[in-house]
Design a protein. Structure first.
Length: 238
């Protein structure tokens, strides 16, 4: 966003109000400016993971150590496979999957557990548009499962590129500035260029990243997401 397109606003706050603003922005992992902008635009503002989530990660780490001990016991013949499964269930496992199952099926079962946990612990409304999968043009995306497809082909996206694609798809055919991308896709201030992330995303979703169909560069402004390659091809043929 160029300087001539910005407006400066001076707000007078009491010390208590300023402390409240600072605390709420910090709780969400945002700067005060980014926090206020998200409120003005009506964008969701969520707190960062709590100490309970951090404690859960530690507990999972300990469980992982116990699981490794059980696996070693089975491998050296001290315990039977059935005893190992019972031990895993006692440790809190929701299911024990046999190695005979195919990798795609194991992945689907793991995704189901992750989706259930994500929907009911990190979203206010599990049935809302925040988590519901949707499709625009050639691209399908599932926010809860962190998966995306282009013309039915699964694409492998890191979290940074997935968040970028999700933000683009929620704002199709709108020119988005680097500042907006940083604030809304990644919840950070615009401190570094976004072109590297755009390049990595194009490598995954574009047929030819050198001549992008889906993510267009708008010179000196930002980027625009189209998602309709078939419509572009038809228009070019006329």
């Amino acid at each position: 966003m160029s300087k001539k397109n910005t407006r400066h606003l001076h707000i007078e706050l009491t010390p208590e109000q300023y402390q409240m603003l600072n605390a709420q922005a910090k709780q969400c992992g945002l700067t005060k400016r980014a926090y206020i902008v998200r409120l003005l635009e009506g964008s969701p503002v969520r707190s960062r993971p709590t100490s309970e989530i951090k404690a859960l990660r530690t507990e999972i780490h300990h469980i992982g150590n116990d699981v490794n001990q059980i696996a070693r016991s089975v491998n050296i013949g001290i315990a039977r496979a059935e005893d190992a499964k019972r031990g895993l269930v006692r440790l809190g496992a929701d299911m024990c999957i046999s190695g005979k199952r195919s990798y795609p099926m194991i992945a689907e079962l793991a995704y189901a557990q992750l989706r259930r946990y994500t929907e009911y612990n990190f979203y206010n409304d599990p049935a809302s548009v925040e988590t519901a999968p949707f499709q625009i043009g050639d691209i399908y995306i599932d926010p809860a499962r962190q998966t995306a497809e282009v013309c039915g082909r699964p694409v492998n996206l890191r979290h940074r590129e997935f968040s970028l694609l999700l933000y683009f798809m929620r704002n199709p055919k709108i020119v988005l500035t680097p500042e907006q991308i940083c604030e809304h896709a990644w919840r950070m201030e615009y401190t570094q260029p976004v072109d590297r992330a755009i390049h990595e995303l194009r490598k995954q979703i574009e047929p030819d990243p050198a001549y992008p169909w889906y993510v267009k560069t708008v010179y000196r402004v930002g980027y625009c997401f189209t998602a309709y390659r078939s419509e572009i091809e038809k228009a070019a043929a006329l």
